[in-house]
Design a protein around this ligand. Structure first.
Ligand code: C5P
Length: 206
């Protein structure tokens, strides 16, 4: 059983995917972390972010078992990740590892931008989670403030829109809902309501 969850940055895919994986006892992979880990390895080694061959080599070295959100959550890493994510050779390397993960038993939940369209096009359950850019920016702002940090809403809003443009505008695997994906707009929905909706979609497919 493979559950594919896609959507733009800060739509709530991560929280939703973790809860679904927990509910059904499935393995979960946040594929954004694979792009982030590749980007961080390049940044740490002082290597350029615009050399596809170098980035591809790093992508092959990513260990899916060692992905740690806490180490990879920094804003600069996310920005660098979305830059190298436009490179076909990087995507090929990471998609291969993600597909291998998707076959784990008893089932998997993968979340990202191209799971339902490219990584697992035959997944029996596909959910495209979205929310307006303003709502997503507000959620990210609240997260930072609640964690005791200081944040600038206008800057976050611009950042969310820029990330959307880059993810939706690239030629290789642009972010878009699969034709057979269930569209879940969480703009006016609580996490709990989104989870219950997702759960009923999965239950019908089981
Ligand atoms: O979701 P997250 O913000 O961690 O992803 C970081 C970047 O990795 C995204 O902006 C996107 O460009 C890229 N990504 C991707 N395909 C995926 C997951 C993430 O291109 N399946």
């Amino acid at each position: 059983m493979i559950i594919a969850i896609d959507g733009p940055a800060a739509a709530g895919k991560g929280t939703l995917s973790r809860r679904i994986a927990e509910e059904y006892g499935f393995h979960h992979l946040d594929t954004g972390l694979t792009y982030r880990a590749t980007a961080k390895a390049l940044l740490d080694a002082g290597l350029p972010l615009d050399d596809e061959t170098v980035a591809e080599t790093m992508a092959h070295k990513v260990d899916l078992a060692g992905l740690d959100r806490a180490v990879l959550s920094k804003h600069e890493i996310g920005e660098a990740a979305s830059k190298i994510a436009v490179m076909p050779a990087v995507r090929r390397a990471l998609v291969e590892a993600q597909r291998a993960f998707s076959r784990k038993e008893p089932g998997t939940v993968l979340d990202g931008r191209d799971i339902g369209t490219v990584v697992c096009p035959n997944a029996p359950v596909k959910i495209y989670v979205t929310a307006s850019a303003a709502v997503r920016a507000k959620r990210r702002y609240d997260e930072i403030v609640e964690a005791g940090g200081s944040a600038d809403y206008a800057a976050i809003f611009e950042d969310v829109k820029r990330r959307d443009e880059r993810d939706m505008g690239r030629t290789d695997s642009p972010l878009k809902p699969a034709e057979d994906a269930y569209l879940l707009d969480t703009s006016e929905m609580s996490i709990e309501a989104a989870f219950q909706t997702a759960k009923s979609i999965v239950d019908t497919a089981l």
